[in-house]
Design a protein around this ligand. Structure first.
Ligand code: NAD
Ligand code: ZN
Length: 360
């Protein structure tokens, strides 16, 4: 059992304006007139007719706006599933997520929990999901996380922040329409874009690296450099390329792992609610020791786009609070093994992580 046999997104549509074809894609997937499509849409689009008027609704289909101010929680997923079970006569025909990593992860998790018993936190981990999810389709509206292509959905539970990693997690269909990313605020564009950049650096500098991951990682890395450091791209080209960089970055970590920045950023996310993209930036800024070239380039990108990262977010934390973050970070063993190697425990001590967190 040396090699993993991974599923991939089954169908993918790419192109500016491709979102207009959502109805054509969904039509044949409708099970019957009582089995609705449920659309989870980022609240940022509420009242935005340019996007919402193109969501094809018929019969009992439902749009549910969800805020992405906080990252998805297991309790939130359980409540959304409960709501469907209580209000619908039949199992939905499908779940559609429209938004960033938060909304994509919500759609994935709900589609899994509609067919699997119990609570979503029972499935946080690797390969714990027993039954196939219902049909789920993702439409990213901001690029970088790779959530559109990955086999995980990251949830914060009562005890941990951890993904539901399973063969049933990847989307059945993704629509990549770069036009949808047009109105992302600049800082958020940078933070989520840097998630992709950090995926590349952690994958390409990890001990798990192999030709599969390298080919995707190198492509994504090249695209990130063009997007964040060159002056030659039009707005549209830059949007198109970042969407593809996100895809390749996600593919790159499918067959390897992320590393130090992600492990430590999960700690920040769990304790302080720091969101994934900005959290990775805050951490990565202090990781010269582990990724010297990657961090140097990151600092150039930050400078070029005039990004001011929050400082001192851990300055006033108690030892107990630091311990909680350190526990979360250290529990992500595959990330450390990828980043440092089999003997990572020799150098990645609690004291080491404490001193790094205290710089942030
Ligand atoms: P997000 O979903 O947190 O959204 C970030 C912000 O951008 C929100 O305020 C949102 O309203 C706004 N936004 C999104 N699209 C917009 C648009 N077109 N115009 C204007 N505003 C827009 O962003 P993210 O960084 O893509 O996702 C972070 C989440 O993804 C975290 O929960 C993280 O855990 C998860 N994640 C998942 C995976 C995975 O493989 N499943 C990988 C990495 C991160
Ligand atoms: Zn990430």
């Amino acid at each position: 059992m040396n090699y993993k046999n991974f599923p991939m997104v089954s169908k993918i549509m790419f192109g500016r304006g491709s979102f207009n074809q959502l109805g054509d894609i969904l039509d044949p997937k409708r099970l019957n007139t009582k089995a609705p499509f449920i659309f989870y849409v980022d609240e940022v689009f509420k009242g935005n007719a340019w996007l919402t008027s193109r969501i094809p609704l018929s019969y009992n289909d439902k749009v549910i706006y969800v805020s992405s101010d906080q990252e998805p929680k297991t309790s939130q997923i359980d409540a959304l599933v409960e709501e469907i079970i209580l209000t619908q006569k039949e199992m939905p025909s499908g779940i559609i997520g429209i938004g960033g990593g938060c909304l994509l992860d919500i759609a994935k998790a709900v589609s899994i929990m509609l067919t699997n018993e119990g609570k979503s936190e029972d499935y946080q981990g690797w390969d714990l999901v027993k039954k196939p999810a219902i049909y789920h389709l993702g439409v990213p509206t901001i690029s970088g996380t790779g959530a559109e292509v990955s086999r995980t959905t990251i949830l914060t539970g009562t005890e941990r922040k951890l993904g539901i990693n399973s063969d049933y997690t990847p989307f059945d269909q993704v629509i990549l329409d770069p036009e949808l990313t047009a109105n992302v605020p600049k800082d958020q564009w940078f933070y989520t874009g840097m998630d992709c950049y950090v995926h590349c650096i952690e994958s390409l500098n990890g001990t798990y690296l192999n030709a599969f991951s390298k080919s995707y990682g190198e492509k994504a890395f090249e695209l990130c450099k063009e997007i964040f450091l060159s002056d030659t791209l039009s707005k549209e080209e830059s949007q198109d390329k970042l969407m593809m960089a996100s895809w390749h970055g996600g593919m790159s970590i499918a067959y390897s792992q992320v590393g130090v920045a992600h492990a430590m950023s999960y700690g920040l996310g769990y304790l302080l609610g720091t969101k994934h993209g900005i959290g990775n930036c805050i951490v990565f800024d202090h990781l010269e020791e582990y990724y010297p070239d990657g961090v140097a380039l990151f600092k150039q990108m930050k400078e070029k786009h005039d990004i001011q990262l929050p400082q001192g977010i851990c300055a006033n934390l108690s030892d107990e609070e630091l311990d909680i973050m350190i526990d979360v970070a250290l529990s992500l063993e595959p990330l450390w093994e990828n980043a440092i190697g089999k003997n990572w425990k020799k150098t990645i001590t609690r004291e080491k992580l404490k001193s790094l967190y205290q710089k942030m």
